[in-house]
Design a protein around this ligand. Sequence first.
Ligand code: BGC
Length: 659
Amino acid sequence: MKLIEQMTLEEKIGLLHGDGFFQTKGVKRLGIPPLKMSDGPMGVRHDFPKASWIAKGLSSDYVTYFPSNTALAATWNPELAYIFGQDLGAETRGRGKDVILAPGINIIRHPFCGRNFEYMSEDPFLITKMAPPIVRGIQENDVAACVKHFALNNQETNRLEVNVEVDDQALEEIYLPGFKACVDEGDAYTFMGAYNKFRGDYACESTFLLQDILRGRWGYDGIVISDWGACHSTDQAMEAGLDIEMSVTDDFDSYYYADSLYQKVMDGIIDEALVDEKVERILHLMEHIHMLEGPRKKGNYNSYEHQTNTLITAEESIVLLENKANFLPLNPDDYQRIAVIGDNANRQHSLGGGSAEIKALYEKTPLAGIHHYLGGNHQITYVQGYSCEADVTQDQQSNLRMTALRMASQNDLVIFVGGLNHDFDTEGKDRQSYQLPFGQDRLIQELHAVNSNLLVVNMSGSAVDLTIAKTYSKALIHTWYNGMEGGTALANVIFGKVNPSGKLPFTMAKALIDYPSERLGEFPGDETVHYHEGVFVGYRYFDYEQIEPLYVFGHGLNYSQFALSDIEKTENEETFTFTMTLKNTSVVDGKEVIQVYVEDEEPKGKRPIRELKGFKKVFVAAKSEESVTITIDKKDIAHLSQKLKFHFGFSSRDIKMII
Ligand code: BGC
């Protein structure tokens, strides 16, 4: 007899709702285990008791802390995304979980969204290339990925209730492609329904999103799990296509998919066949990941290999924004006394941010990374320079500043590491200001006045105003919440052991008002937020309106010089294929990202000037060249006319050739 035929209605329903904050019920007598889940996008979160939000406090749940999704996106390297997925999947399994609540792939629509650091990019194409390999990598370990948050979850303000209104074109071209790719190319086993509403319906009750699009048009046969507390009904959610209800209260029988569902089936309001459909899907998933029958992969966590991989990713993610007169890389012999200043030089971030928090086995800060690199042959002095405490007085803040200035004036070099932290880049609230907090701009200016050998490092998960930092520094680096080896990676870039190759996955504007969601659309809106900017998200808007950003989408310098030549195009029914030569004319080995943007010369209506439709990261040894092939799938440009131009460059505005 089939498993489902042996199950009582009550047992079936136990599979459809949380019976613990991170697990369903399971049916012991039939050998069906509970489905165990865990956050999240930067590693496997620590354990909680079944019905408490106070961590167990184990010594066995320290894990590898991976670079954030924004960092991963900034590598523009799908192979690293795949390796990250494999490692995260192995750690998930190693920790005894079945579903990892990652990756988060919502579009970065506005720089204030508190969860931007958990997401990837303002550009859907970059997401479609970076997210599916994560999903595949995870799922090769006999665990399921959970792609989140489906869909239109682009802000934290009023996140549980806000209703999103966006036109069909933007939905199709901007907000959905990443999710679709996780179905088509990632073969994701689970999706997480978002908190917010879309066109009046909660995402977890939206027939349009779950039934028409996800299951209907995309043919998704996996499971939809609600975000925690995102389910608001029994009938409507059941009908719309939500499979599992998870929530945040410990009265598990009171969930919509618990007693109430049982009663409604008993009363004939909900057909048991609908329950069966969901149970079948869940059993199918359990089979897929070998929960019902082995052998099942065992996974492992905290391996040296995982730690090394976090370092490689962190190194490739760091974006060199500015490098005046080739100030970087620094030769340690040139600077004996180094002042390291700024709160982020010495702050660990892993335990912050909300559900993406990580109990890291260790986390190397920038200061630790610099110490390691220089190995005791230098005099390194650290001062904080400013306090991040809410109750700090003006006097205390100015004392910290004065100390920093004194230090700066007495040293040969100043490395300032500032930016945001997880009080700003965090789940549950959005940022309020585009400026660097805690008077960092003033401090940077004053540091420059006393010591012009100033390197500024900004660490944040979102764009911030770096106008002052750009003006007053000799070099400017952008780094991320970059995993347990983030500090090592940063030092390796600063001192030239690693040639940086990260590229911005979002636009850094000169002013907040330059962002389309700020100027045209609404953010954070009220009960409803209208995405009036339509498809003109990020660089699509800046290019169209000819607004000069501070740093454009796709920007990132390196220590080499590259030249692109000999681009040739061939075409068949399905693809355009371009071959080209990438030359490294410098004496430093390096990696460059060739980016291909498509321009429609005969657009139907108002269209973005150019849109990313292909890219490749290529390593070229010093004084050598590589031949490179980039293929563009015609499906990705089916909505454009036949009259196309292809722009090839090293950023969205550093275009080297157009054909
Ligand atoms: C977040 C999800 C997370 C879940 C479980 C929710 O508040 O939005 O991303 O996976 O909590 O912790």
